[in-house]
Design a protein around this ligand. Structure first.
Ligand code: PMV
Length: 330
C-alpha cells in the first residue's frame, strides 16, 4: 500500500469512479467464489474545494451530508474520512467540500455507492496532492462500503477504481483479494432496470442467514456456482455466446434459489429469453435493481429491449471486453 505526494489541484478536472455490471458470481463472491465483472463508463464524478467544514453534496439525489450527522451518507463519509486520515502522509489543515454527481440509479445493482466512494476519495486526494495506489484506495473505499453493505466482497470498489473486465476473488482469511484481467471479444449486454430498489445489505444478510441455517446445502450450492462461473468464463473468453447464455440462466436459477431474485426480475428474464436472448439474470445485489440479457446480435437486442419496454422496463446497452476491455454505454 503506498501514499505519495503530488501537486494539489482544485476545481480543474473532476475525479471519477466507475459503475460496474456483474456478469456472473454476485453473492457467491461474498463467500469466496470468483465473480466476473466489467466496469461501466457510467459512474460518479466529484470535485473538492476548501471549506470551513467537511461536507458532501450528491446530485441528482438531492443529498447533502456532514460526517456524523446521523444519516447513512454522513456515516459513510465519516468512515471514508477516517480511513483516509490513517494515511501517514495526509496533508493536515483545511477541510474539503465535495460536490458529486452520480450517473447511476441508487440501489440498482450497478455499483453506484462504490462509484461515489471512489469519486469522493479521488477528489479529496487530488485537492490535497495525494497519490494513493490501488490497495490504499480500495481500503478507504471499503470503509465507506461497509456502512452501506455490511460485508462487501470488494468487487464493486475494485471495479469502481479500475474498470476493465476481470475475474475477482475476495480476500478470505490469509488469502489476499485477487483480480485477473480477462481477454474476450467485445460483446453487448442489455441492462434493464426493474424499477424496484434492491437493498444489497438486506440480500447479503439473507444469503448469510441461509449459510448459517443450512451449511451443507449452502456449501453444495457454492460448488455449483463455482462451476457455473468457471464455465461462463471459458465461454466468455472463447466467444461461445450460447454457452455463456446458458451459464447466465443457471446463475439466475441459483440466485432465485437463494431468494435474492424477485417476481419482476424473473419475469424480465423470461421476457428476454422469449424475445431471443441466449440467457438472462439479475445483476448485483438483487431484491430489485437491474438484470442483464445476452442476445446474439443487434436485431435480437432490439427485440429484447422492445419486449422489456412494452412492460415499462427501461434498458441500455453495454459493451464488455474488446481490445480495451473497457465498457461503454449507448
Ligand atoms: O448491489 P451491488 O451493485 O452493490 O452489488 C453487490 C454484489 C454482491 O455480490 C451481492 C455483494 C458484494 O459485496 O460482492
Amino acid at each position: 500500500m503506498s501514499v505519495a505526494r503530488r501537486p494539489a489541484k482544485t476545481g480543474l478536472v473532476s475525479a471519477r469512479g466507475n459503475g460496474k455490471v456483474i456478469l456472473l458470481g454476485e453473492h457467491a463472491v461474498v463467500h469466496g467464489v470468483p465473480a466476473l465483472a466489467a466496469g461501466l463508463s457510467l459512474g460518479a464524478s466529484a470535485l473538492a474545494r476548501p471549506a470551513p467544514a467537511a461536507r458532501l453534496a450528491v446530485s441528482p439525489w438531492g443529498l447533502e451530508a456532514r460526517p456524523g450527522d446521523g444519516s447513512p451518507l454522513g456515516a459513510a463519509f465519516a468512515a471514508l474520512l477516517e480511513a483516509r486520515g490513517a494515511a501517514p502522509e495526509r496533508a493536515q489543515g483545511a477541510e474539503q467540500m465535495v460536490e458529486a454527481v452520480v450517473e447511476l440509479p441508487s440501489e440498482g445493482g450497478l455499483g453506484s455507492s462504490a462509484a461515489l466512494a471512489v469519486a469522493t476519495l479521488r477528489a479529496l486526494d487530488r485537492a490535497e496532492g495525494i497519490a494513493r495506489d490501488f490497495e490504499g484506495s480500495q481500503a478507504v473505499a471499503l470503509a465507506w462500503e461497509r456502512v452501506f453493505h455490511g460485508e462487501p466482497s470488494g468487487i464493486d470498489t475494485a471495479l469502481a477504481l479500475e474498470g476493465g473486465l476481470v475475474r475477482y476473488r475476495r480476500a478470505l482469511g490469509e488469502a489476499p483479494a485477487r483480480r485477473d484481467a480477462l481477454r474476450a471479444k467485445a460483446l453487448v449486454l442489455v441492462v434493464a432496470s426493474s424499477g424496484e430498489r434492491g437493498e444489497t445489505r438486506r440480500t447479503v444478510a439473507h444469503v448469510a442467514a441461509l449459510r448459517t441455517r443450512e451449511p451443507d446445502a449452502f456449501r453444495a450450492s457454492l460448488r455449483v456456482f463455482e462451476d457455473v462461473v468457471a464455465e461462463g468464463e471459458r465461454a466468455l473468453v472463447e466467444g461461445e455466446l450460447e454457452a455463456l447464455g446458458a451459464a447466465l440462466d443457471r446463475a439466475q436459477a441459483l440466485l432465485r434459489g437463494w431468494g435474492v431474485s424477485t417476481p419482476r426480475l424473473d419475469r424480465m428474464c423470461e421476457l428476454s429469453r422469449e424475445a431471443g436472448a441466449l440467457g438472462a439474470k439479475l445483476t448485483g445485489g438483487g431484491g430489485g435493481g437491474c438484470m442483464i440479457a445476452l442476445a446474439p446480435d443487434a436485431p435480437t437486442r432490439a427485440r429484447v429491449r422492445a419486449a422489456l419496454a412494452a412492460r415499462g422496463f427501461s434498458s441500455f446497452e453495454a459493451t464488455i471486453g474488446g481490445s480495451s476491455s473497457a465498457l461503454e454505454v449507448r
